[in-house]
Structures are given as C-alpha cells and as structure tokens.
Design a protein around this ligand. Structure first.
Ligand code: GLA
Length: 400
C-alpha cells in the first residue's frame, strides 16, 4: 500500500513538473525572424540593427516584441563539454551579450534549434542534449525557442516536443515554445499543452498562390498556405496558436498582396512574425505591418481564429469574432483586376457556430470601420460598397 502511494505521488509530481510555461503568448506572439530574408547569413550587427529598427519604425509600439535568430547561429560542432557554441565569427560578443542588448531595448530574444541530430541547415540539433541546451538558453536569457523537425526519422513527434518542453520547464526560464514540424503530425490534435504555437504547413514563399518545388519538399505561397488545412481553427486559443509561418510582407509581392497577406494572418490569429529586412523596408510596408487597428484584430483577447464565410464573385470573405460582440471581416479581391464590392448585409446570415455567435444585422445596426484607411464607412443598415483593387483587401471592424 505504501509503495502504491509512493508511485501515485511520483506520477503526480512528474505530471506537475512536466507542463509548458503557462501565461505566455495569451495573444499570438509578435516579432521578427531572420530566416525568410537572410537564411544562415546572420550576425550580431544585423540583430542590433533590427532591434533599433523595432523602435525607430514604431514596430515595438505596435506590439512586436521577439527578435528570433533562426538556423545558422551556431558553430558546426559542440564544445568539449557538449555545449552548443555561438558562431564566433558571426557573433563575436556571444549570445548572452546579444540577448542583453535586445533586452536593453525592452524587447525579447529568441533562438532556433531542431529535434533531430542536426538542424535543417546541418548545424548541431538538440536530440539527446535537450536539457543541456535548455539550460544554456536560460543562462543566455533566451525568451523564445523555435524547434524544428529535420533529421528526425523514426522519432515520435509528440514525445520529442514534450521532451524539449520539459527541458525548458526544468531550466526555469519562461520561453515561448514554438513547434515547427510543418503540420506533418497534426500538432493541433496534441500540442495544446506542449507548445505555445505550432506551424501548420511547410515553408512559406513570397508569392500569392504559387508552389515552388525543392526536390523532396516544396514551399507555398500565401493562398496555398491558407487553404492547406481544414477544420483546425478550434485548436487555436490563448496560449496555443496555429502558426501559418513567418510573414513575407515586404519581400517582393505587390503592396496590395502584402496588405491581404497581413489581413489574413490577423484574421487567422496566427503569430505575426515579420520576415523582411527592416533596414531597407518601404514606408508602405511599415504602414501595413504597424497598423494598430489591424494588429488589434490579431491580438483580440478572445483569441478566436477567424474563418472563411463565403467566396462570392471571387471575393474571399473571412470573419473573426472579437471581444464585446464586435467582428472583423476581410473582403479580398482574388481577381486580377479591380472590382466593385456590393455586400448586402440583409442577404447573409453570418454566424460562428463553433463559438455560438451570431451577427444579426436585423437586431443590431453596426458601425463599419475601414481598418486600412482609418475611416468610418457608414453602417450595416445599407449595403457595403467599395472598389477593391486586384489582390487587395477591404478590412473592416463592425462596432456597436
Ligand atoms: C525549416 C523551417 C524553416 C527554417 C529552416 C531553417 O525549413 O520550416 O522555417 O527554420 O528550416 O533551416
């Protein structure tokens, strides 16, 4: 009997220690990651410049917080004690000093590693060294870990990510744990208590709807990514998000396409991780990324992921319930030419069955706010009319 109680106690205590850090990412994490623009060509001067740009360009003020170094920050070998080493050529002052710099700007610092023996770019992965690596990150002041899935043949994804989660918890420094296994093992079915966000697809690329093959894998444009997963929105909520990948805003699509891309990431309650070179970015790009009225849709406290309502005349209409019975909507013109939108509220029954919310324009007259142009557009008593350019978006908030 005594042994039985001991075993129960042991199981309970293991369960208690083995949890992710709670209270983090209660709204989708916002920040910047090096990969989309720089690949492994990263260094400490770049990170400092980016941190400074967060302040100068008003991005910190708009809510962006994490600066995350992706693959390529390490030396190819661990040291004699088995510790990871920051590449001394790229990061001569070391990671602790760099994290301190980022923190001195009131921002947070993130790193990348991988559940396999090697990262995707061939640097040392964490397999077998999870606890040691987590302790090292904690000693450097890391606040965010992106954890990838290359070179993991025969490993079970859920247990690999649980091991790293437990390693972080044991290292006692709160870190947002960002799972990156490309949706291969359906993390939306098991990762709510493991990570704070999980990638839902393979890698993004800077095009509207293309797919680019790389031999064994391919990267996908914005609409390929959006359309790839069905029925996963119920998995998202405060502290656990579907991650539609780092953004390509400012990376070569038209300004209209960038606006639509950004609007969609906000409607989807995806993490908002910028992936462009903030040192040379255009004012139009910053206007999009730092638009507080649109960021507020992404950061809404309810944390409900939006959904496609209809596609009418090749206009994608998406909707997201917000706090105080307000709603956000995007009307995206998928056509290659400008169109005239004429949306008759009375002809549509809009509701979110999953969350028991009904948008009833017969009982309630909502004011309409245009979130890109920061102006009021009348109310829902009359049809919503607007000219929308090719691949551009009208994004609105319905206010009581
Ligand atoms: C994978 C990830 C990318 C990036 C690279 C780094 O492809 O999905 O986001 O981290 O690895 O090698």
């Amino acid at each position: 009997m005594k042994n039985f109680f001991l075993i129960v106690l042991l199981i309970v205590s293991v369960k208690v220690s083995a949890q992710k850090f709670e209270g983090l990412a209660l709204t989708p994490p916002m920040g910047w990651n090096s990969w989309n623009t720089f690949g492994t060509d990263i260094n400490e001067a770049l990170v400092k410049d980016i941190a400074n740009k967060f302040i100068e360009l008003g991005l910190k003020d708009a809510g962006y917080e994490y600066i995350v170094l992706d693959d390529g920050w390490m030396s190819k070998e661990r040291d004699v004690e088995g510790n990871l080493v920051a590449d001394p050529k790229k990061f001569p002052s070391g990671m602790k000093a760099l994290a301190d710099y980022v923190h001195s700007k009131g921002l947070k610092f993130g790193l990348y590693n991988c559940a396999g023996e090697k990262t995707c770019a061939g640097y040392p992965g964490s397999r077998g060294s999870e606890y040691q690596d987590a302790r090292l990150y904690a000693s450097w002041g890391v606040d965010f870990l992106k954890y990838d899935w290359c070179n993991t043949e025969k490993i079970n994804a859920e247990s690999a990510y649980i091991t790293m989660r437990d390693a972080i918890k044991t290292a006692k420094r709160p870190m947002v744990f960002s799972i990156c296994e490309w949706g291969d093992n359906e993390p939306w079915t098991w990762a709510e208590n493991v990570g704070h966000a999980w990638r839902v697809t393979g890698d993004i690329i800077n095009c509207w709807d293309c797919e680019v093959g790389h031999g064994t894998w391919s990267s996908s444009g914005i609409w390929k990514i959006i359309n790839m997963r069905k029925e996963i929105r119920k998995a998202a909520g405060p502290g656990h998000w579907n991650d539609y990948d780092m953004m390509e805003v400012g990376n070569g699509m038209t300004d209209a396409e960038d606006r639509s891309h950004f609007a969609m990431w906000c409607i989807l309650a995806s993490p908002l991780i910028m992936g462009n070179d903030l040192r040379i970015t255009s004012s139009e790009t910053i206007k999009t990324l730092a638009n507080k009225e649109i960021v507020a849709v992404n950061q809404d406290k309810l944390g409900i992921q939006g959904f496609r309502f209809i596609n009418e005349n090749n206009i994608e209409v998406w909707i997201k319930p917000l706090e105080n019975d307000e709603w956000a909507m995007t009307f995206i013109n998928m056509n290659d030419k400008q169109i005239s939108l004429d949306f008759d509220w009375k002809k549509h029954e809009i509701g979110d069955n999953l969350n028991n919310r009904i948008l009833n324009v017969n009982n309630q007259n909502f004011k309409i706010r245009d979130l890109f142009n920061h102006q009021n557009l009348g109310n829902t008593a009359t049809s919503l009319k607007s000219e929308i350019g090719a691949h551009d978006v009208l994004m609105i908030r319905l206010l009581k």
